[in-house]
Ligand binder design. Structure first.
Ligand code: GLN
Length: 306
């Protein structure tokens, strides 16, 4: 299957949507990313990669890093991890605190900020340089070390991390954080500031389409764990838009405020689309439309063709 023409036509189609929504500016270093950027890439389990538009331009992966951090933490901790973080959609924005008091510091899932901070805390205990550990995990997935942390974005988010600091301190008050909050925020902000292109992200996420196997001989997760990460992506990967994404796209997805979306068609391929302008839930409007069109055109929704 050659997806090149389909991807070209999708980018041409969704370009007009890049005028809608707003580029994230609560992390000042992200505010100036040109909103007309738009790219898409597909990596197949057979090893082919297709792309269109700005698919080779690195962007801030932000919350898509939560996927890599979760996979790494699962590798190290196994199912013990689920004692500290849940697997339910939150129905709240990604940076919300409201459920934490009622649920005694246990975040709803690993993809809202609270859950990702717990995962980062796990990695802080396991590694001296946890953000390097996430980056090197991505390097292993890609078989290449060209991906880097954008230090300016990391610094910018760290200087504006009061909300995440509040979440972390609150969870610590319930005993669900072990480490030093300042170190944790350093690691979390650096992990979110990894810069990757659509092409890199589609390739790096491929293990989730292949029962945890990244390439022959490189098993990232066992098959049940990889399938379950997809389950959590479907139900929680786009925050309080996850239900709408399941309805529109029908694939496990993970979004980030940099405007990226990774989606998995189990057994088949990984897709990444990117465009910086976001809707009210913090998800890219044009990138979501691009993935939706791809899933519709290929009939790849996990529920059967929509
Ligand atoms: N680094 C961002 C934050 O913590 C990630 C949020 C996101 O991409 N949704 O706010």
């Amino acid at each position: 299957m050659d997806y090149r023409e389909l991807l070209e036509s999708i980018v041409a189609d969704v370009r007009a949507l890049t005028a809608q929504g707003a580029v994230a500016d609560y992390i000042p270093a992200l505010a100036n990313v040109p909103r007309e950027r738009c790219g898409i890439a597909v990596a197949t389990v057979g090893g082919a990669v297709f792309s269109a538009g700005d698919a080779d331009v690195p962007f801030s992966i932000q919350s898509i890093s939560k996927l890599f951090a979760l996979a790494l933490a699962l590798q190290r901790e196994g199912d013990d991890l689920w004692r500290r973080v849940g697997r339910e959609p939150s129905g709240t924005p990604f940076n919300s605190l409201v459920l934490l008091e009622r649920e005694r510091g246990i975040p709803r899932n690993p993809f809202v900020n609270a859950g990702a901070l717990v995962i980062a805390d796990v990695l802080c205990r396991r590694y001296l340089q946890p953000e390097r550990a996430v980056l090197e995990f991505v390097h292993r997935l890609l078989g290449s070390t060209h991906v880097a942390i954008d230090a300016a974005v990391a610094r910018s988010e760290r200087l504006h991390s009061d909300r995440n600091a509040a979440i972390a301190h609150f969870m610590k008050s319930f005993g669900n954080l072990d480490g030093d909050v300042a170190q944790l925020l350093d690691a979390y902000c650096a992990q979110c500031a990894i810069a990757m292109s659509c092409r890199d992200l589609a390739r790096a996420a491929l293990f989730l389409a292949a029962d945890g196997v990244q390439s022959p001989g490189i098993a990232v997760l066992d098959a049940p764990a990889a399938r379950r990460v997809n389950a959590v992506m479907l139900t929680c990967g786009a925050y309080d838009a996850s239900g709408d994404y399941a309805w529109r796209i029908g694939l496990p997805t993970k979004t980030g405020v940099g405007g990226g979306i990774v989606a998995i068609a189990p057994g088949r391929l990984a897709i990444c689309a990117w465009s910086p302008a976001l809707d009210a839930a913090g998800n890219s409007i044009a990138a979501a439309a691009a993935v939706e069109r791809f899933a519709a055109a290929t009939g790849l929704s996990i529920f059967g063709a929509y």
